[in-house]
Design a protein around this ligand. Structure first.
Ligand code: G
Ligand code: G
Ligand code: MN
Ligand code: NA
Length: 254
């Protein structure tokens, strides 16, 4: 069987799982959100990371049913997170570039949220800067519709995608997510420090939230807090967790 056929079957048989990586306030360590990251649990090969099948899904169009399944998973999991006794946080999922051209996406998401009894405020979408900039005109309608629904939009891998800064202010986005490649050498006087300072200033100027990802050391975390970026995601705080382990985290906060 080709990988494509196996992936198609995996989607049909619900072999996809969402894992959750915490987002924290670097000053207090408080949990402020989580990113849902898809994994494929193959009965024979075990857990397959998204880098091995998302590109194929994008090439073959399987990304549409795959994303629908991810949305079903995140809605089901959000319902569990909103159970009495837990303190829920906003959760994000990643949306591929091609899907931004799909005018039905906002309605699909709104439908799923409402059948699960959830608010659009519970969900955030991460869209790579590259995806957005490649489709400046065609995606504006979709993004605006999502934004009107109240769903937060975060520009993922920010700093790697050659943003048109003029356009940035016109897009209905809520957050810039600083790419992990800029975080690696923070605290060592590296040139990337200027890039991160500039992104933080840009976010502030545009009235956007800012978060950094890929934080692995306390030095990076301390530098970021000292330079105006307090929202953090990375192995320093937690690897992505299986759903039940993440739910336990919400339990301990309550
Ligand atoms: O979890 P990991 O670091 O292996 O993720 C690798 C890549 O897969 C990341 O770029 C992430 O954005 C992407 N990814 C993870 N989950 C999803 C998903 O549900 N949909 C899409 N389109 N991409 C995802
Ligand atoms: O492309 P996107 O930003 O959506 O994907 C995030 C990816 O980064 C996930 O695959 C996640 O597993 C990975 N990741 C998260 N935290 C860290 C980290 O601290 N270090 C490294 N190297 N990767 C991380
Ligand atoms: Mn992401
Ligand atoms: Na990213």
């Amino acid at each position: 069987l080709t990988l494509e056929a196996r992936l198609r079957r995996a989607i049909d048989q619900h072999e996809l799982e969402l894992w959750y990586q915490p987002k924290v306030d670097g000053r207090s360590g408080r949990l402020i959100g989580a990113e849902g990251l898809v994994r494929w649990r193959d009965p024979k090969e075990g857990l397959i990371p998204p880098g091995h099948f998302i590109p194929l899904a994008e090439e073959t169009g399987l990304i549409v049913p795959l994303t629908n399944q991810v949305l079903d998973l995140v809605c089901a999991d959000l319902s569990l997170m909103h159970a009495p006794g837990l303190s829920p946080v906003k959760v994000s999922v990643n949306i591929s570039a091609a899907q931004l051209d799909d005018e039905r996406l906002p309605e699909e998401i709104a439908q799923r949220l409402s059948s699960a009894g959830l608010s659009p405020l519970d969900l955030e979408l991460e869209i790579t800067e590259r995806a957005l900039m490649a489709r400046l005109d065609s995606v504006l309608g979709t993004l605006s519709a999502l934004h009107r629904l109240g769903i937060s939009l975060s520009l993922d891998d920010f700093g790697t995608g050659y943003s048109s800064l003029g356009y940035l202010g016109r897009f209905p986005i809520d957050e810039l997510k600083i790419d992990q490649s800029f975080v690696r050498d923070l605290g060592t006087g590296a040139a990337d420090e200027m890039v991160v300072r500039a992104i933080v200033a840009l976010a502030r100027g545009l009235g956007l939230w800012v978060i950094a990802e890929g934080i692995e050391t306390q030095e990076q975390a301390t530098w970021l807090c000292a330079n105006g970026c307090e929202w953090h995601q990375g192995y320093l705080y937690s690897r992505p967790l299986e759903r039940d382990a993440f739910l336990q985290l919400l339990d301990r906060r309550a």
